[in-house]
Design a protein around this ligand. Structure first.
Ligand code: NAD
Ligand code: UDP
Length: 317
């Protein structure tokens, strides 16, 4: 059972709390009457995502870069600050690498000073362009250290290393979750991620842009399922690293068909070059997460896409 289900009030720091995943997490914590501090520099996040809470006494917003040290009294640190989409993390790669290394170091030092539990939002990207499929946690990956995705992939890998060393040396309770592609309401319209791109293009009656031949695969998890797993992992005894995602692997062409059929079956596709180092396959091995927290994603891709389209329509995006 989660602590806040037992009505214990704790102080939570959510870095990147104004972003896509962070704001869903903030929402769940606020709905459970927890004390929440959201730290964000609004690079890809927005006050709109947290506007409901800004006047609430148990919510505090700190507008700051996570690379700057901070002193706070907290019980739990949810470290999500880092741009999530290739378009944004590649727009300033040096800043992305810095956010990962210095930001994670700052948060680990805060955990060390306060004794707070820390959960680090790592990524399936640490497997790079994997040579085995699906990817279990003990696979070391196939990452290009010099490519356009490296600032993010290597940034997350060094962050995992820092987490593991702080845990070993200082005996801290640190959890590493490897998040696979997640989608849903509050994705940025200009994020460049495939699901938001296809939905926006479809709603504007434009052709859907498929990069490469569209045979590359991903597995997409709906945001509510992802947040549910993240909350359960923080409440568990497990440190990880642990994969979280959906096990249904689809090609980008199949995804385009699903979205096209939900918006307008007459939509067309156009093919554009595949960006360099774009992984050809990605699918999480979920055996560990299923066993340890008895968690399975409940939302089918069809239902999740339908909900996301509805959200984009309602929000006039
Ligand atoms: P997002 O870009 O929507 O959110 C990131 C948030 O972090 C934003 O609010 C942004 O303003 C903030 N931020 C960025 N750099 C910062 C800095 N230096 N200081 C303070 N705040 C900063 O991305 P997201 O999809 O919500 O991803 C959140 C986290 O989850 C990221 O760490 C990302 O790597 C990880 N993740 C996400 C996915 C996914 O599919 N969404 C997959 C794997 C991992
Ligand atoms: N992609 C695409 N069209 C788009 C955006 C992305 O075909 O308009 C492809 C992209 O090349 C990749 C996949 O969709 O193969 C997932 O891309 P996304 O940026 O969403 O996530 P990531 O590459 O980080 O998994």
């Amino acid at each position: 059972m989660l602590n806040f289900e037992k009505k214990i009030i704790e102080k939570h720091l959510v870095t990147g709390g104004a972003g896509f995943l962070g704001s869903h997490l903030v929402e769940k914590l606020m709905q459970s009457n927890q004390e929440v501090i959201c730290l964000d520099n609004f690079f890809t996040g927005s006050k709109k995502n947290i506007k409901e809470w800004i006047q609430t006494p148990n919510f505090k917003l700190i507008s700051q870069d996570v690379t700057e040290p901070i002193t706070l009294d907290v019980d739990k640190i949810w470290h999500f600050a880092c741009p999530g989409s290739p378009f944004h993390y590649q727009s300033n790669p040096i800043e992305t690498a810095k956010t990962n290394f210095l930001g994670t170091l700052n948060m680990l030092k805060l955990a060390q000073r306060t004794g707070a539990k820390l959960l680090f939002a790592s990524t399936s990207e640490i497997y790079g362009d994997p040579k085995i499929n699906p990817q279990p946690e003990n696979y070391f990956g196939n990452v290009n250290p010099n490519g356009i995705r490296s600032c993010y992939d290597e940034g997350k890998r060094i962050s995992e290393t820092l987490c593991s060393d702080f845990q070993r040396i200082y005996n801290l309770d640190i959890k590493i979750v490897r998040i696979f592609n997640t989608y849903g309401p509050r994705m940025l319209a200009n994020d460049g991620r495939v699901i938001s791109n296809f939905i926006i293009q479809g709603l504007q009656n434009k052709p859907l842009t498929i990069y490469g031949n569209g045979n590359q695969t991903r597995s997409f998890c709906y945001v509510d399922d992802m947040i549910d797993a993240i909350l359960k992992i923080m409440a568990s005894q497990v440190n990880g690293p642990i994969n979280i995602g959906h096990s249904l692997e689809v090609s980008i062409k199949e995804l385009a068909e699903i979205i096209k059929n939900k918006i307008n079956p007459r939509l067309e596709f156009i093919y554009k070059p595949l960006p360099s180092d774009d992984p050809l396959k990605r699918n999480p091995d979920l055996e560990k997460v299923e066993k340890i927290i008895n968690w399975f994603p409940n939302t089918s891709l069809e239902d999740g896409i339908a909900k996301t389209i509805l959200w984009f329509k309602k929000n006039n995006l």
